[in-house]
Design a protein around this ligand. Structure first.
Ligand code: ZN
Ligand code: ZN
Length: 102
């Protein structure tokens, strides 16, 4: 397999290595990334876990040209499903061009 074209995952936020569940989820994500498999569900699992278990670690809304944040902010419903928070959490463990796809 040729991984030259794939962006490696950035080092995850330090708090994630202090959490057993984060570590398990990140290993699962790293495994599918290395296997060049679709890692959509693994990405969602990590983001969902961070939002539920580490809400204080979820970054604030992006102010550097993110295409997704204004969308979420415009809804004005306080993000009841947590999707905006999941979007922001993705930047903790994914490269920006992947993190901001959702
Ligand atoms: Zn965790
Ligand atoms: Zn954003």
């Amino acid at each position: 397999m040729d991984a030259q074209d794939e962006d490696p995952l950035p080092p995850p936020a330090p708090f994630m290595w202090a959490c057993a569940r984060c570590t398990v989820l990140l290993r699962a994500l790293g495994g599918v990334v290395e296997a060049d498999a679709g890692c959509f569900y693994e990405q969602l699992a990590v983001a969902r876990h961070v939002v539920e278990e580490h809400p204080e670690e979820v970054p604030p809304a992006h102010t550097d040209g993110c295409e997704q944040c204004p969308h979420y902010a415009a809804r004005g419903d306080g993000d009841p499903g947590g999707h905006w928070a999941e979007h922001r959490a993705r930047g903790l463990f994914l490269p920006p061009h992947i993190a901001r796809l959702l």
